[in-house]
Design a protein around this ligand. Structure first.
Ligand code: ADP
Ligand code: ADP
Ligand code: ZN
Ligand code: ZN
Length: 758
C-alpha cells in the first residue's frame, strides 16, 4: 500500500509532456511543463502560444474529461477537436480563466457570480429584522423576493417621448418629429379632429393637464380615456416599439427604437430589484440592497461591525471573499453591478477570485494575459494570487507580455521566432533569470529600457470636457489637445473609459472614431479580405484572368460546390441527437465547385489565394487596390493572418488592430483606442508607436487609454485620472508632458513611470 501511494505521487508530479505538436503553425514541437509551478508563455503575437496552451492543453484536457461521461451527457457537451499531436501525457483537469465576457444577462451581478450575494441572503434570513422569510425572500431572481414592477431587474424600458417632441411648435406646425405624425397624415388628423387640443398653441404653452392628455390620452386624475381616437403618444409608441420583437422590425423603426427607447431606473424599487418586505428587513440599519450598492471596501467595514455569535462564521467567510476581490484590484466595484458592464480584464479577475475560493488542488489553471486593464501598481497584487494558486498545489499556465508578470515565472517557454509560418518553434525554455540573458526577441526586449520623449508636439487647439459626472467622475473638467497623441492613465476603475469612451466620445460623436476590442459586426463568414473590402478585387482579378464572371468566385453564388451548396460541410439531422457534421467529400471542405477551382491566378486557385498570409500575399498581388490593404494589415502587425481566416478566430487585441487597419487612411479625425497594446509583444510595441506617429502626422488626434509605461513615455500629453479607483477616483490628478510627469508629479502613475526609466 505504501509503495502504491508513492507511485501515485510520482505520477501526479510528472511533467505534462507533449511530443510532436503540429497544431496550427506549430512545427513538430515537443515540450515538458513542470507541475505545481507557474509557467509563462511568451513570444510575439501569432507565434503559437495560444495554439499550445488553449488549442492543445486546455482542449485535450477537456476532451478527455468529456470522454469519461456517458454518451447521453457527452452529446450535450461542447465538442473539442483532437489537437494534432503525436503524444500528450500527464494532463490534469484544466480550467481556462480568460477574458470572455460573463454574459449579457441582467440578472447576473458581481454579487451573484462571486456567490457573495447568496451568503448575504443567508445572513439576512438569520439576523435581519423584522424577519422577512427564509433566504429566497432576498433573491431578486425569485418571485418571493423580486420587485414585481421590474421583475427584479431594477430598471424598466420606457419610451422617451420628449426626444421627438418639439415644444416650440404647435400641433398644426408638426410638433412630433416623426413622419408617422406629420401634418396631414392619418394619425395626425385623429388628434387634430378630436377637438381636444388648440392646434395653434405651441406645446410649451400647454397646461400640465393638456400635456398629459397628449401623452396618455387620459386626464391625470381619473385615468379615463377621453376620446376613442386619441390613445396618447406614449401609449402609441410603447405599443409599436416596446411590445414587439425589435429584430423583426424594419430598419427605419429599429433606428427609431434606438432613438426613443431608454432604460430608466424602476420607480418602485429605485433600482434595488427587491420588493418592500425584503427591503424593510435590516441589519444595523442597512437593507441587503444598501449593502449591494456599497463599494466593496465600504461593505467590508459594515460587515466587520456585525457582532453576533450566531453568524460569526458566515460573516468571516463573507469578509474573506471580499478581501480576495479587493486584493485583486476590484475594490471599487459593488455587488449589484451587472457583470455585462464589466471590461474583459475585470471579468477575468472576477473569475480568478471565484477559483481562489475553491479548495480544489491538483488542477491546471490557464490564464490569457491576466494583466489586461491593470495599472502597474495592481499587477503585483494579482501576482500574489497567482502564486497562492500555485502554492495550493495547482499548475499555473499564463500567456503574458507584461514584464512584471513574466518576472514571477518559475519556468518560461518562449515561442517564436516570429508569427504565423515564421513562428511555431520553441526558442527558449528555462528560468526567468536565464530568459534575461537569452538571445531571443523576448530576452532582448526584457533588457531594453525605452527613453522618455523629450520633443513633444505642440497641440493645434483643444476640445473641452466640462463638469463630467457620469459614474464616479467628480465634476471633471479636462481639455483634450488636438493634433497630438494623448495617453489617459490611471489605476483600474479610476474613470478613464468613463471619461473618454463614454463622455468625450459621445459629446463629439461625429468626429470620433472609437477603435475597441469588441466583436466585429459582420457575418460569421467574414475574413480580413472581406472586412477590408479587397476580397472583391481578388475575385475581379480571377475573373479577368480566366475570362469568367465574378460570381463564379463566390461560394454563395455560381461558385458553390453542388454537393454541399457552398457550406463545405454536410449536416445530417438525427432525431434524438446533435446533428452529425461531416466535411463535404466533393469539395473537401473548400466550398467551391470544380469549375471555380480550376481557375487560377499566378498558379493559385481561389482557395489557395485565400490561404496565403498577408506577408505572402504581398509578393503575389501588386495591384494597388489590394496591396494598399495588405500594407495596412502589415502596419498594424497582422501580416501573419491568412487572407481567409475567419474573424471569429481573432483575439480581442487582433480585432482592435484590424479595426485600426481599416481606419489608417483617415485624416483629421479623433481616434480613440482602449489598451491597444493588449496581446502585443514588447518588441511589437515599438512598431505600434511608430504607427501612432504616422497617424498623428496625417493630422489626426490620437487618444489612447493605456497602462503600458513605454506608451506613456512616447505620448505628447498625459492625462492621469485618480487618485485611486471607484469613489476614490474620478478626478484629473495630473496633466502635462511625460517629462513634466517624472519631474514633478507624485501620482501612482508618476511613481511607476519614474521607476521604469531606470
Ligand atoms: P499567439 O497565441 O502566440 O498569439 P496563436 O497560437 O493564436 O498565436 O496563432 C499561431 C498561428 O496560428 C497564427 O498564424 C494564427 O493566425 C494561426 N491560427 C490560430 N488560430 C487559428 C485557427 N482557428 N484557424 C487557423 N489558423 C489559426
Ligand atoms: P477605468 O476605465 O479607469 O478602469 P471605468 O471608467 O471603467 O474606469 O470605471 C470608473 C468607475 O465607474 C468605477 O467605479 C466603475 O465601477 C464605475 N462604472 C464603470 N462602468 C459602469 C457601469 N456601466 N455601470 C456602473 N458603474 C460603472
Ligand atoms: Zn423594481
Ligand atoms: Zn462541397
Amino acid at each position: 500500500i505504501h509503495d502504491n501511494k508513492l507511485e501515485w505521487k510520482e505520477v501526479k508530479m510528472r511533467d505534462i509532456t507533449i511530443v510532436g505538436l503540429t497544431q496550427n503553425n506549430l512545427k513538430h514541437v515537443s515540450l515538458s511543463i513542470p507541475k505545481e509551478k507557474i509557467t509563462v508563455f511568451t513570444g510575439v503575437s501569432g507565434s503559437g502560444k495560444s495554439s499550445i496552451v488553449f488549442d492543445t492543453i486546455a482542449a485535450e484536457a477537456q476532451r478527455q474529461m468529456n470522454a469519461s461521461y456517458p454518451a447521453y451527457i457527452r452529446s450535450r457537451l461542447p465538442k473539442y477537436p483532437k489537437p494534432s499531436v503525436e503524444k500528450i501525457e500527464n494532463l490534469t483537469a484544466s480550467i481556462v480563466v480568460d477574458q470572455s465576457p460573463l454574459g449579457s444577462n441582467a440578472r447576473s451581478t458581481v454579487g451573484t457570480i462571486s456567490s457573495l450575494y447568496a451568503s448575504l441572503r443567508l445572513l439576512f434570513s438569520r439576523i435581519g429584522t423584522p424577519y422577512a422569510g427564509s433566504a429566497s425572500y432576498f433573491s431578486f431572481n425569485d418571485p418571493n423576493g423580486m420587485c414585481k414592477t421590474c421583475a427584479g431587474l431594477g430598471k424598466v424600458t420606457k419610451v422617451d417621448i420628449e426626444a421627438i417632441i418639439d415644444v416650440n411648435k404647435s400641433w398644426r406646425e408638426g410638433c412630433v418629429n416623426d413622419s408617422l405624425y406629420a401634418p396631414g397624415t392619418w394619425y395626425w388628423r385623429q388628434y387634430a379632429e378630436s377637438g381636444l387640443f388648440d392646434l395653434d398653441k405651441p406645446i410649451k404653452a400647454y397646461t400640465a393637464e393638456e400635456y398629459h392628455l397628449l401623452l396618455y390620452g387620459t386626464r391625470s386624475d381619473d385615468g379615463e380615456m377621453v376620446h376613442p381616437k386619441v390613445s396618447g403618444l406614449v401609449n402609441k409608441y410603447t405599443k409599436t416599439l416596446l411590445n414587439r420583437d425589435i429584430s423583426v422590425k424594419s430598419r427605419h423603426s429599429q433606428e427609431k427604437s434606438r432613438q426613443l427607447i431608454v432604460e430608466k431606473e424602476c420607480d418602485d424599487c429605485h433600482g434595488k430589484r427587491l420588493n418592500a418586505a425584503a427591503l424593510n428587513c435590516k441589519i444595523n440599519g442597512y437593507s441587503i440592497a444598501d449593502l449591494c450598492e456599497m463599494e466593496l471596501t465600504q461593505l467590508k467595514i459594515v460587515l466587520t461591525q456585525i457582532k453576533d455569535q450566531r453568524v460569526d462564521l458566515l460573516v468571516q467567510s463573507l469578509i474573506e471573499g471580499l478581501d480576495r476581490l479587493i486584493d485583486i484590484g476590484l475594490p471599487y466595484l459593488h455587488l449589484n453591478r451587472e457583470t455585462s458592464t464589466l471590461s474583459g480584464g475585470e471579468a477575468q479577475r472576477l473569475k480568478l477570485v471565484r477559483y481562489m475560493g475553491s479548495s480544489l488542488s491538483g488542477m491546471t489553471y490557464i490564464f490569457d494575459e491576466p494583466s489586461t486593464g491593470m495599472h502597474p501598481r495592481d499587477v503585483y497584487r494579482m501576482n500574489k494570487l497567482l502564486k497562492q494558486l500555485r502554492d495550493k498545489g495547482n499548475t499555473v499556465l499564463v500567456v503574458e507580455h507584461d514584464k512584471d508578470v513574466i518576472a514571477i515565472a518559475d519556468h518560461v517557454i518562449d515561442v517564436g521566432p516570429k508569427a504565423g509560418t515564421q513562428g511555431g518553434e520553441i526558442m527558449f525554455e528555462g528560468t526567468y533569470q536565464e530568459l534575461l540573458n537569452a538571445d531571443t526577441l523576448t530576452g532582448q526586449a526584457m533588457r531594453q529600457i525605452l527613453p522618455i520623449k523629450m520633443k513633444t508636439r505642440q497641440p493645434k487647439g483643444s476640445l473641452p470636457i466640462r463638469d463630467a459626472c457620469l459614474h464616479n467622475l467628480k465634476h471633471v473638467d479636462a481639455d483634450i489637445p488636438l493634433g497630438v497623441m494623448s495617453v489617459i492613465s490611471g489605476v483600474a476603475g479610476s474613470g478613464k473609459s468613463t471619461l473618454i469612451s463614454q463622455v468625450f466620445a459621445k459629446q463629439y460623436a461625429d468626429r470620433c472614431v472609437l477603435i475597441d476590442q469588441g466583436p466585429i459586426m459582420a457575418t460569421n463568414r467574414s475574413t480580413p479580405a472581406s472586412y477590408l473590402g479587397f476580397f472583391d478585387e481578388i475575385r475581379k482579378l480571377l475573373a479577368k484572368e480566366n475570362n469568367q464572371p465574378e460570381s463564379l468566385f463566390s461560394f454563395n453564388s455560381a461558385g458553390a460546390c453542388p454537393v454541399c451548396g457552398g457550406k463545405g460541410v454536410l449536416v445530417t439531422e438525427l432525431a434524438f441527437m446533435d446533428p452529425i457534421v461531416t466535411e463535404c467529400e466533393a469539395c473537401e471542405g473548400k466550398r467551391y465547385n470544380q469549375k471555380a477551382l480550376a481557375c487560377t491566378y499566378k498558379g493559385m486557385n481561389i482557395v489557395e489565394l485565400l490561404n496565403l498570409t498577408v506577408l505572402e500575399a504581398m509578393a503575389v498581388f501588386t495591384d494597388s487596390k489590394i496591396s494598399r490593404h495588405l500594407k495596412q494589415l502589415q502596419q498594424v502587425g497582422l501580416d501573419y493572418l491568412s487572407l481567409g481566416q475567419p474573424l471569429s478566430t481573432l483575439s480581442g487585441g487582433e480585432r482592435q488592430r484590424l479595426k485600426l487597419a481599416k481606419n489608417l487612411s483617415k485624416k483629421g479625425s479623433i481616434i480613440i483606442m482602449d489598451e491597444p497594446t493588449t496581446g502585443l509583444h514588447l518588441s511589437d510595441i515599438e512598431k505600434l508607436l511608430k504607427l501612432f506617429d504616422t497617424i498623428v502626422a496625417r493630422g489626426n488626434t490620437l487618444i489612447v487609454i493605456e497602462h503600458n509605461l513605454d506608451v506613456m513615455k512616447q505620448a505628447d500629453w498625459l492625462i492621469d485620472i485618480g487618485p485611486d479607483g471607484g469613489k476614490n477616483g474620478g478626478e484629473v490628478v495630473f496633466t502635462g508632458t511625460p517629462l513634466m510627469m517624472i519631474q514633478k508629479a507624485s501620482t501612482l502613475t508618476a511613481q511607476c513611470l519614474r521607476l521604469s526609466c531606470g
